[in-house]
Write a protein that binds this ligand. Structure first.
Ligand SMILES: C[S@@+](CC[C@H](N)C(=O)[O-])C[C@H]1O[C@@H](n2cnc3c(N)ncnc32)[C@H](O)[C@@H]1O
Length: 340
Protein backbone atom coordinates (compact mmCIF):
# COMPACT_ATOMS: atom_id res chain seq x y z
CA UNK A 1 0.00 0.00 0.00
CA UNK A 2 1.34 3.45 -0.86
CA UNK A 3 2.05 5.98 1.88
CA UNK A 4 -0.82 8.15 0.59
CA UNK A 5 -3.28 5.27 0.72
CA UNK A 6 -2.19 4.42 4.29
CA UNK A 7 -2.59 8.05 5.33
CA UNK A 8 -6.01 8.16 3.76
CA UNK A 9 -7.08 5.05 5.70
CA UNK A 10 -5.72 6.46 8.96
CA UNK A 11 -7.49 9.74 8.28
CA UNK A 12 -10.75 7.89 7.65
CA UNK A 13 -10.38 5.83 10.82
CA UNK A 14 -9.68 9.00 12.84
CA UNK A 15 -12.68 10.74 11.31
CA UNK A 16 -15.12 7.92 11.91
CA UNK A 17 -13.87 7.55 15.49
CA UNK A 18 -14.88 11.03 16.60
CA UNK A 19 -18.06 10.75 14.51
CA UNK A 20 -19.12 8.03 16.95
CA UNK A 21 -18.98 10.06 20.15
CA UNK A 22 -22.41 9.90 21.78
CA UNK A 23 -23.47 12.69 24.08
CA UNK A 24 -24.27 12.02 27.72
CA UNK A 25 -27.58 13.10 29.20
CA UNK A 26 -25.83 14.95 32.04
CA UNK A 27 -23.95 17.16 29.55
CA UNK A 28 -27.14 17.90 27.62
CA UNK A 29 -29.01 18.81 30.81
CA UNK A 30 -26.18 20.95 32.06
CA UNK A 31 -26.21 23.06 28.85
CA UNK A 32 -29.92 23.04 28.00
CA UNK A 33 -30.97 24.36 31.43
CA UNK A 34 -29.78 27.79 30.25
CA UNK A 35 -31.97 27.99 27.13
CA UNK A 36 -35.44 27.01 28.33
CA UNK A 37 -37.09 30.28 27.30
CA UNK A 38 -36.14 29.67 23.67
CA UNK A 39 -38.13 26.47 23.27
CA UNK A 40 -41.71 27.47 23.96
CA UNK A 41 -44.00 26.34 21.12
CA UNK A 42 -41.02 25.43 18.95
CA UNK A 43 -40.27 22.48 16.68
CA UNK A 44 -36.92 20.93 17.61
CA UNK A 45 -35.01 18.84 15.10
CA UNK A 46 -32.27 16.41 16.15
CA UNK A 47 -31.06 15.42 12.70
CA UNK A 48 -28.07 13.19 13.56
CA UNK A 49 -29.77 11.08 16.20
CA UNK A 50 -31.14 7.60 16.48
CA UNK A 51 -34.14 8.20 18.78
CA UNK A 52 -33.74 4.72 20.26
CA UNK A 53 -30.37 5.64 21.80
CA UNK A 54 -29.91 9.41 21.53
CA UNK A 55 -29.82 11.37 24.76
CA UNK A 56 -30.94 14.45 22.82
CA UNK A 57 -34.15 12.59 22.03
CA UNK A 58 -34.30 11.37 25.62
CA UNK A 59 -33.87 14.91 26.99
CA UNK A 60 -36.48 16.58 24.76
CA UNK A 61 -39.03 13.78 25.06
CA UNK A 62 -38.67 13.76 28.86
CA UNK A 63 -38.89 17.56 29.08
CA UNK A 64 -41.47 18.01 26.32
CA UNK A 65 -44.13 19.49 28.61
CA UNK A 66 -41.76 21.49 30.78
CA UNK A 67 -40.27 23.18 27.71
CA UNK A 68 -43.76 23.59 26.13
CA UNK A 69 -42.43 22.17 22.87
CA UNK A 70 -44.67 21.96 19.84
CA UNK A 71 -42.93 19.00 18.21
CA UNK A 72 -39.72 16.98 18.38
CA UNK A 73 -38.36 15.43 15.19
CA UNK A 74 -35.45 13.00 15.41
CA UNK A 75 -33.76 11.56 12.34
CA UNK A 76 -31.41 8.62 12.19
CA UNK A 77 -28.76 8.27 9.50
CA UNK A 78 -27.98 4.78 8.21
CA UNK A 79 -24.88 4.60 6.12
CA UNK A 80 -25.50 2.63 2.92
CA UNK A 81 -22.40 0.57 2.46
CA UNK A 82 -22.21 -0.53 -1.15
CA UNK A 83 -18.87 -1.61 -2.49
CA UNK A 84 -17.25 -4.62 -4.17
CA UNK A 85 -17.49 -6.66 -0.96
CA UNK A 86 -20.86 -5.52 0.30
CA UNK A 87 -23.53 -5.21 -2.32
CA UNK A 88 -26.50 -5.64 0.02
CA UNK A 89 -28.36 -2.44 0.86
CA UNK A 90 -28.47 -1.60 4.53
CA UNK A 91 -31.77 -0.50 5.97
CA UNK A 92 -32.74 3.05 5.15
CA UNK A 93 -32.52 5.95 7.56
CA UNK A 94 -35.67 6.90 9.43
CA UNK A 95 -37.28 9.64 11.45
CA UNK A 96 -39.64 9.89 14.34
CA UNK A 97 -42.01 12.72 15.21
CA UNK A 98 -43.04 13.24 18.81
CA UNK A 99 -45.81 15.51 20.00
CA UNK A 100 -46.06 14.24 23.54
CA UNK A 101 -47.68 10.80 23.22
CA UNK A 102 -45.89 8.58 20.72
CA UNK A 103 -43.55 6.85 23.18
CA UNK A 104 -43.72 3.52 24.96
CA UNK A 105 -41.64 3.46 28.17
CA UNK A 106 -39.70 6.52 26.99
CA UNK A 107 -38.71 4.82 23.71
CA UNK A 108 -40.15 5.74 20.31
CA UNK A 109 -43.00 3.40 19.45
CA UNK A 110 -42.11 1.42 16.32
CA UNK A 111 -45.49 2.16 14.72
CA UNK A 112 -44.55 5.83 14.50
CA UNK A 113 -41.16 5.36 12.85
CA UNK A 114 -41.12 6.56 9.23
CA UNK A 115 -38.44 5.29 6.84
CA UNK A 116 -36.71 7.64 4.45
CA UNK A 117 -36.27 6.54 0.84
CA UNK A 118 -32.55 7.20 1.37
CA UNK A 119 -29.98 7.03 4.17
CA UNK A 120 -31.24 10.04 6.18
CA UNK A 121 -28.08 12.07 5.57
CA UNK A 122 -28.68 15.55 7.04
CA UNK A 123 -27.90 16.94 3.57
CA UNK A 124 -30.49 14.80 1.78
CA UNK A 125 -33.62 16.43 0.39
CA UNK A 126 -35.74 14.31 2.73
CA UNK A 127 -33.91 15.51 5.82
CA UNK A 128 -33.89 19.10 4.54
CA UNK A 129 -37.69 18.95 4.20
CA UNK A 130 -37.86 18.20 7.94
CA UNK A 131 -35.32 20.93 8.63
CA UNK A 132 -37.55 23.45 6.87
CA UNK A 133 -40.43 22.54 9.21
CA UNK A 134 -38.25 23.03 12.29
CA UNK A 135 -37.27 26.04 14.39
CA UNK A 136 -34.24 24.87 16.36
CA UNK A 137 -31.66 22.17 15.60
CA UNK A 138 -30.04 20.63 18.65
CA UNK A 139 -27.52 17.83 18.26
CA UNK A 140 -23.96 16.66 18.22
CA UNK A 141 -23.29 16.27 14.47
CA UNK A 142 -20.48 14.20 12.93
CA UNK A 143 -17.30 16.17 13.63
CA UNK A 144 -15.93 15.45 10.18
CA UNK A 145 -18.92 17.23 8.56
CA UNK A 146 -19.13 20.15 10.99
CA UNK A 147 -18.51 22.91 8.43
CA UNK A 148 -21.15 21.57 6.07
CA UNK A 149 -23.55 21.08 8.95
CA UNK A 150 -23.28 24.69 10.09
CA UNK A 151 -23.39 26.04 6.51
CA UNK A 152 -26.71 24.26 6.01
CA UNK A 153 -28.17 25.72 9.21
CA UNK A 154 -27.14 29.20 8.09
CA UNK A 155 -28.54 28.64 4.59
CA UNK A 156 -31.95 27.69 6.03
CA UNK A 157 -31.78 30.43 8.65
CA UNK A 158 -32.26 28.06 11.60
CA UNK A 159 -31.62 28.53 15.29
CA UNK A 160 -29.19 25.95 16.62
CA UNK A 161 -27.34 24.59 19.62
CA UNK A 162 -24.74 22.01 18.61
CA UNK A 163 -21.58 20.37 19.89
CA UNK A 164 -18.31 20.75 18.02
CA UNK A 165 -14.59 20.54 18.51
CA UNK A 166 -12.82 23.66 19.89
CA UNK A 167 -10.73 23.70 16.73
CA UNK A 168 -13.90 24.52 14.79
CA UNK A 169 -13.29 28.13 15.90
CA UNK A 170 -10.28 28.15 13.60
CA UNK A 171 -12.32 27.21 10.52
CA UNK A 172 -12.68 30.37 8.52
CA UNK A 173 -16.42 29.89 7.90
CA UNK A 174 -17.12 29.37 11.62
CA UNK A 175 -14.86 32.22 12.74
CA UNK A 176 -16.66 34.53 10.32
CA UNK A 177 -20.01 33.73 11.95
CA UNK A 178 -18.56 34.40 15.41
CA UNK A 179 -16.92 37.64 14.28
CA UNK A 180 -20.20 38.84 12.79
CA UNK A 181 -22.11 37.89 15.96
CA UNK A 182 -24.18 35.34 14.08
CA UNK A 183 -22.97 32.50 16.33
CA UNK A 184 -21.25 32.27 19.71
CA UNK A 185 -20.05 29.76 22.23
CA UNK A 186 -22.46 28.19 24.70
CA UNK A 187 -22.05 27.92 28.44
CA UNK A 188 -20.01 24.72 28.85
CA UNK A 189 -16.62 24.41 27.23
CA UNK A 190 -13.56 22.11 27.29
CA UNK A 191 -13.58 20.29 30.62
CA UNK A 192 -17.07 21.65 31.18
CA UNK A 193 -18.30 18.91 28.80
CA UNK A 194 -17.67 15.78 30.81
CA UNK A 195 -17.26 13.14 28.07
CA UNK A 196 -18.86 11.01 25.38
CA UNK A 197 -20.07 7.44 25.24
CA UNK A 198 -18.10 5.46 22.65
CA UNK A 199 -18.91 2.09 21.04
CA UNK A 200 -17.47 -1.24 22.22
CA UNK A 201 -14.86 -1.33 19.47
CA UNK A 202 -13.41 2.03 20.53
CA UNK A 203 -10.22 1.47 22.44
CA UNK A 204 -10.04 3.29 25.75
CA UNK A 205 -6.72 4.78 26.67
CA UNK A 206 -5.28 7.25 29.16
CA UNK A 207 -6.68 8.83 32.28
CA UNK A 208 -9.43 10.62 30.39
CA UNK A 209 -11.20 7.33 29.61
CA UNK A 210 -13.38 5.25 31.91
CA UNK A 211 -16.31 2.88 32.22
CA UNK A 212 -19.28 4.34 34.08
CA UNK A 213 -21.59 2.63 36.58
CA UNK A 214 -23.89 1.50 33.75
CA UNK A 215 -21.01 -0.09 31.85
CA UNK A 216 -20.82 2.70 29.21
CA UNK A 217 -17.39 3.40 27.78
CA UNK A 218 -16.68 7.11 28.24
CA UNK A 219 -13.92 9.25 26.78
CA UNK A 220 -13.33 12.82 27.88
CA UNK A 221 -11.44 14.62 25.12
CA UNK A 222 -11.94 17.97 26.95
CA UNK A 223 -11.72 19.75 23.62
CA UNK A 224 -15.36 20.39 22.75
CA UNK A 225 -17.68 23.34 22.79
CA UNK A 226 -21.32 24.23 22.24
CA UNK A 227 -21.92 26.52 19.30
CA UNK A 228 -25.21 28.40 19.19
CA UNK A 229 -27.16 31.38 17.96
CA UNK A 230 -29.55 31.30 20.92
CA UNK A 231 -28.91 34.11 23.35
CA UNK A 232 -27.40 33.30 26.76
CA UNK A 233 -26.74 35.40 29.86
CA UNK A 234 -23.06 34.67 29.49
CA UNK A 235 -22.43 36.76 26.40
CA UNK A 236 -23.72 39.80 28.27
CA UNK A 237 -21.28 39.44 31.17
CA UNK A 238 -18.12 41.51 31.14
CA UNK A 239 -14.76 39.85 31.59
CA UNK A 240 -13.34 41.32 34.81
CA UNK A 241 -10.07 42.99 33.85
CA UNK A 242 -7.52 43.43 36.59
CA UNK A 243 -4.22 43.89 34.75
CA UNK A 244 -2.63 47.12 33.46
CA UNK A 245 -0.55 47.62 30.33
CA UNK A 246 1.09 50.91 31.29
CA UNK A 247 3.86 50.14 33.74
CA UNK A 248 3.99 46.48 32.58
CA UNK A 249 4.81 46.96 28.89
CA UNK A 250 7.42 44.15 29.00
CA UNK A 251 4.70 41.60 29.62
CA UNK A 252 2.88 42.57 26.43
CA UNK A 253 5.25 42.32 23.45
CA UNK A 254 4.21 43.89 20.14
CA UNK A 255 3.70 41.73 17.06
CA UNK A 256 6.32 41.88 14.30
CA UNK A 257 3.64 42.07 11.62
CA UNK A 258 0.69 43.90 13.22
CA UNK A 259 0.23 46.99 15.33
CA UNK A 260 -0.95 45.16 18.42
CA UNK A 261 0.21 43.40 21.58
CA UNK A 262 0.31 39.67 22.30
CA UNK A 263 -1.59 38.27 25.27
CA UNK A 264 -1.24 34.63 26.33
CA UNK A 265 -4.18 34.33 28.73
CA UNK A 266 -7.61 35.95 28.68
CA UNK A 267 -7.18 36.95 32.33
CA UNK A 268 -4.13 39.02 31.36
CA UNK A 269 -6.05 41.38 29.05
CA UNK A 270 -5.13 44.84 30.39
CA UNK A 271 -7.90 47.27 31.26
CA UNK A 272 -6.01 50.33 30.01
CA UNK A 273 -4.96 49.28 26.49
CA UNK A 274 -6.99 50.86 23.75
CA UNK A 275 -5.23 49.38 20.73
CA UNK A 276 -5.37 45.95 19.11
CA UNK A 277 -4.67 42.89 21.24
CA UNK A 278 -4.08 39.29 20.16
CA UNK A 279 -5.71 36.75 22.50
CA UNK A 280 -5.97 32.93 22.50
CA UNK A 281 -9.05 31.29 20.96
CA UNK A 282 -10.32 30.32 24.44
CA UNK A 283 -11.14 34.04 24.85
CA UNK A 284 -14.30 33.36 22.86
CA UNK A 285 -15.75 31.43 25.76
CA UNK A 286 -15.79 34.72 27.73
CA UNK A 287 -16.54 37.04 24.83
CA UNK A 288 -19.11 39.77 25.41
CA UNK A 289 -19.72 41.68 22.14
CA UNK A 290 -20.60 44.84 24.09
CA UNK A 291 -17.19 44.82 25.77
CA UNK A 292 -14.90 43.76 22.91
CA UNK A 293 -14.88 43.90 19.15
CA UNK A 294 -13.33 41.06 17.15
CA UNK A 295 -11.10 42.50 14.45
CA UNK A 296 -9.54 39.55 12.67
CA UNK A 297 -8.08 36.12 13.02
CA UNK A 298 -4.55 34.86 13.08
CA UNK A 299 -2.87 36.87 10.34
CA UNK A 300 -0.76 40.02 10.43
CA UNK A 301 -0.55 42.75 7.80
CA UNK A 302 1.68 40.56 5.63
CA UNK A 303 -0.98 37.81 5.63
CA UNK A 304 1.36 35.55 7.57
CA UNK A 305 0.62 34.19 11.07
CA UNK A 306 1.04 36.81 13.81
CA UNK A 307 4.55 36.60 15.24
CA UNK A 308 6.58 37.99 18.14
CA UNK A 309 10.33 38.14 17.52
CA UNK A 310 9.90 35.62 14.70
CA UNK A 311 7.89 33.13 16.80
CA UNK A 312 4.20 32.47 16.20
CA UNK A 313 2.01 31.92 19.27
CA UNK A 314 -0.81 29.39 18.65
CA UNK A 315 -3.67 31.01 16.70
CA UNK A 316 -4.49 34.45 18.03
CA UNK A 317 -7.68 36.48 17.66
CA UNK A 318 -7.21 40.23 17.33
CA UNK A 319 -9.63 42.19 19.48
CA UNK A 320 -10.21 45.75 20.64
CA UNK A 321 -11.75 46.98 23.86
CA UNK A 322 -14.95 48.92 23.15
CA UNK A 323 -15.21 50.58 26.54
CA UNK A 324 -13.31 53.42 28.14
CA UNK A 325 -11.13 52.63 31.18
CA UNK A 326 -13.42 54.53 33.56
CA UNK A 327 -16.67 52.88 32.47
CA UNK A 328 -14.90 49.55 32.63
CA UNK A 329 -13.87 49.84 36.24
CA UNK A 330 -17.46 50.84 37.06
CA UNK A 331 -18.75 47.78 35.22
CA UNK A 332 -16.25 45.62 36.99
CA UNK A 333 -17.86 46.31 40.32
CA UNK A 334 -21.31 45.43 38.93
CA UNK A 335 -20.66 42.36 36.83
CA UNK A 336 -17.96 39.79 36.72
CA UNK A 337 -17.24 36.34 35.39
CA UNK A 338 -14.84 33.63 36.42
CA UNK A 339 -11.84 33.25 34.17
CA UNK A 340 -10.46 29.77 33.60
C1 LIG B 1 -20.84 12.47 17.03
S1 LIG B 1 -22.13 11.30 16.77
C2 LIG B 1 -23.37 11.93 17.79
C3 LIG B 1 -24.61 11.15 17.86
C4 LIG B 1 -25.75 11.84 18.61
N1 LIG B 1 -26.10 13.07 17.95
C5 LIG B 1 -25.33 12.12 20.03
O1 LIG B 1 -25.00 13.26 20.32
O2 LIG B 1 -25.31 11.20 20.84
C6 LIG B 1 -22.62 11.77 15.13
C7 LIG B 1 -23.78 10.98 14.59
O3 LIG B 1 -24.05 11.47 13.27
C8 LIG B 1 -24.39 10.36 12.44
N2 LIG B 1 -24.02 10.76 11.07
C9 LIG B 1 -22.87 10.54 10.41
N3 LIG B 1 -22.92 11.07 9.18
C10 LIG B 1 -24.16 11.63 9.06
C11 LIG B 1 -24.82 12.30 8.02
N4 LIG B 1 -24.22 12.51 6.86
N5 LIG B 1 -26.08 12.74 8.22
C12 LIG B 1 -26.70 12.54 9.42
N6 LIG B 1 -26.11 11.91 10.46
C13 LIG B 1 -24.86 11.44 10.27
C14 LIG B 1 -23.58 9.21 12.97
O4 LIG B 1 -24.23 8.00 12.65
C15 LIG B 1 -23.57 9.50 14.47
O5 LIG B 1 -24.63 8.85 15.09
Amino acid sequence: MTRNATNELLQKAKKSKSDEFYTQLSDIESELQHYKIHFENKVVYCNCDDPRISNFFNYFASNFKELSLKKLITACYREQVRDLFNTEEDENGFFFEYTGTECEKNKPSSTNIVYFNGDGDFRSSESIELLKQSDIVVTNPPFSLFREFVAQLVKYDKKFLIIGNINAITYKEIFKLIKENKAWLGINFGRGISGFVVPEHYELYGTEARIDSLGNRIVSPNNCLWLTNLDTYKRHEDIALTKRYFGNEDEYPKYDNYDGININKTQDIPIDYKGYMGVPITFLHKFNPDQFEIIKFRKGNDDKDLSVNGKCPYFRILIKNKRSASSQSLNRSNKSSTIY
